[in-house]
Design a protein around this ligand. Structure first.
Ligand SMILES: [Zn+2]
Length: 423
């Protein structure tokens, strides 16, 4: 007789679960888009990790429940991996609705900047807010994302743009990680914009980031990744290289905002430096896609942003998928260029704007996103040994996620084996 698996938490009798039969593990060349739906399955976990997946009818002969085990009925529900939002600027203050309206009316970004809008407006709002206020405001926002199914959330700094305020933001991220039941991953992005006080001498700002800020952030262990906005009027390739190299020396893993508005060499730098991901890629063409293929850099597409900015052109997801790239998608949640926060809405937009299939959008929002944060070995798919991070949806198939746009079909969110939200 086979020895039973011991479990303290079970979701029993699900209508369907989604399995990636050949999950890509460490190299970009070893992934698969394959998706299988298993009907009438149960999933068991112990101490927050999945320990058994099987037909519901086999549960009692395969699993021994601990005396305090919790068993939840999955009747009428489907389970998908917890969503991984791998690119957000969630910790911010203030409101930019006026700028949104100006853009809708056709005003150009530079006009908006001249009338006091843009990133620098958020910077002054963040600088004038206390750590406590920023924490409470951001926590409310994070809960909305959790309720949409997010169980792993990356958050970038970058609205402080001086060391004191960048640290304040990263401390807020640390408090969110301690306070919230999900996995939160911090990214330092001091090079988000050139602050007004350095507009005439951005090299000096870059030097300060490299020499002072990065060592301070790394020493206090406030960030895992180091990100830079490589773009005209932000940071050129040389400056970006200095920032990412000095981050690497301090143990921060490089990420990059590349090819959002102009192609100036961000993708080349991402490949050269071995970035974990290159994000946006709105303007990346065949050349860039060829460079990314086989490089290990995960392309992260942000269809919420190109929609919110009313771009007529969206990232070339189809060409990337055909070139064998493990495309990830994320929200880019921020006050200026994307107020879409719902993980299922981002999958809807990936289907509508990027022409991805329902299963491509789901894998992009889970497993590939997890790999872009280098946590693909612990979350992003329903597999034994991984964290019990699940979204239970009120549908017979995951194909309803993108389709039922505007309808929150999330019934329950489970993070690390604990139900953290239900409705
Ligand atoms: Zn961003």
């Amino acid at each position: 007789m086979v020895e039973k698996v011991i479990s303290d938490f079970v979701v029993h009798g699900l209508s369907s679960i989604v399995i990636y039969p050949n999950p890509y593990r460490s190299k970009a060349s070893e992934f698969s888009w394959e998706t299988q739906e298993k009907l009438d399955y149960s999933i068991a976990s112990r101490d927050g990790k999945i320990c058994w997946i099987g037909k519901a009818e086999a549960l009692s002969e395969s699993v021994k429940l601990t005396s305090d085990a919790e068993v939840i009925s999955g009747r009428g529900l489907s389970a998908v991996p917890g969503f991984v939002d791998s690119h957000t600027h969630l910790v911010y203050a203030g409101d930019r609705s006026a700028e949104f309206e100006m853009r809708v009316q056709g005003r150009k970004y530079l006009d908006i900047l001249a009338s006091g809008g843009g990133i620098l407006k958020t910077v002054s709002a963040v600088r004038s807010m206390s750590e406590d206020e920023l924490f409470h405001e951001s926590k409310e926002r994070a809960w909305k994302m959790i309720e949409s199914g997010v169980t792993t959330l990356e958050i970038k700094s970058g609205y402080g743009l001086d060391l004191e305020n960048e640290i304040k933001i990263l401390k807020v991220v640390k408090r969110l990680a301690e306070d919230l039941p999900i996995r939160i991953i911090p990214t330092f992005m001091g090079a988000h914009a050139v602050p007004a006080e350095y507009r005439e001498n951005s090299d000096k700002f870059v030097e300060m980031i490299c020499r002072k800020w990065i060592p301070a952030i790394a020493d206090s262990k406030l960030a895992k990744f180091n990100d830079v906005f490589t773009e005209n009027k932000a940071f050129n390739v040389e400056q970006s290289r200095l920032i990412l190299e000095s981050g690497k020396k301090s143990g921060l893993i490089p990420k990059i905002h590349a090819d959002e508005i102009n192609v100036i060499g961000g993708v080349d730098l991402a490949v050269e430096i071995g970035a974990a991901s290159a994000d946006h890629l709105l303007k990346t063409g065949s050349d860039g896609i060829k460079k990314l293929a086989g490089s290990g850099v995960i392309p992260t597409l942000l269809p919420g942003t190109s929609t919110f900015l009313m771009e007529s052109h969206h990232a070339s997801a189809r060409e990337m998928i055909e070139a064998g790239l493990p495309v990830a998608i994320a929200s880019d949640m921020n006050p200026g260029s994307c107020q879409f926060y719902s993980a299922s809405m981002i999958q809807t937009l990936a289907m509508l704007q990027l022409r991805m299939s329902a299963s491509e959008a789901l894998i992009a929002a889970t497993l590939h996103s997890a790999h872009s944060l280098q946590v693909g070995n612990m979350t992003g798919s329903i597999e034994t040994g991984k964290s019990m991070d699940l979204v239970l949806i009120e549908a017979g198939s995951f194909r309803q996620i993108g389709y039922r746009a505007g309808d929150n079909i999330v019934n329950m969110v489970i993070a690390k084996g604990i139900p953290v939200f239900s409705q």
